[in-house]
Design a protein around this ligand. Structure first.
Ligand code: GRF
Length: 194
């Protein structure tokens, strides 16, 4: 099978991106990381891209805090198209996407979120689950739409919350599962892409 060209957007440490690259390397994921874009100049995800020799770019986000300027989002579409990207994976990208991206890549943008959506969308979802006294939380991979951490759910994994869990211990167990789930879902989608 021909590897599917994927693009990755991230603002932070990039551990999910690393897991994706490792799965590509081991031959379990028929994809090719064509471009990584970050809205944060010194984001570690860009260092990982350099380490693995993946083309990467910093996209100055403009004056908004939670979204891109419309013309910046248009620019992002052009960058991804120029790179031949067919599937976009958000990996810790801290901005909500709008029409330019959603129209350009319909049902081709996915996200991973550290909770069992629809529970606990938004920031620090593992802390939200702890504070709510949940016994189980987890992670979700879903298609991206115009709402935050919303859109059709593709897959979920559960994580038990232990009595002595701290936000850090819980987050780290969720992330371990994310690193299995996200590449697996991407692999499945890549196989099914027309
Ligand atoms: C992950 O926990 C993901 O669920 C959320 O952002 C975090 C990104 O982590 N959307 P990393 O940058 O992949 O380490």
């Amino acid at each position: 099978m021909k590897p599917v060209p994927i693009g990755i957007l991230g603002s932070g440490k990039g551990s999910n991106f690393r897991a994706i690259l490792e799965r590509i390397r081991s031959g379990d994921l028929a994809a090719e990381a064509r471009l990584v874009v970050s809205d944060v100049l010194d984001a570690p995800i860009l260092d990982i891209a350099r380490e693995f020799g993946v083309p990467n770019a910093y996209l100055p986000p403009g004056r908004f805090r939670t979204r891109l300027e419309p013309q910046t989002e248009q620019q992002l579409v052009r960058m991804l198209r120029d790179a031949g990207v067919e599937l976009v994976a958000l990996a810790g990208f801290m901005r909500v996407l709008h029409e330019p991206m959603l129209k350009a890549f319909p049902r081709r943008i996915i996200n991973i979120h550290p909770s069992l959506l629809p529970k606990f969308p938004g920031l620090e979802a593992w802390k939200q689950a702890l504070a709510a006294g949940e016994e189980v939380t987890g992670c979700t991979v879903h298609y991206v739409d115009e709402k935050i951490d919303h859109g059709q759910i593709l897959a979920q994994r559960e994580v038990a919350i232990l009595p002595n869990d701290t936000p850090e211990s819980l987050h780290s167990r969720i992330q371990m599962l994310e690193h299995e789930l996200y590449p697996a879902v991407i692999a499945e989608l890549c196989e099914r892409l027309p």
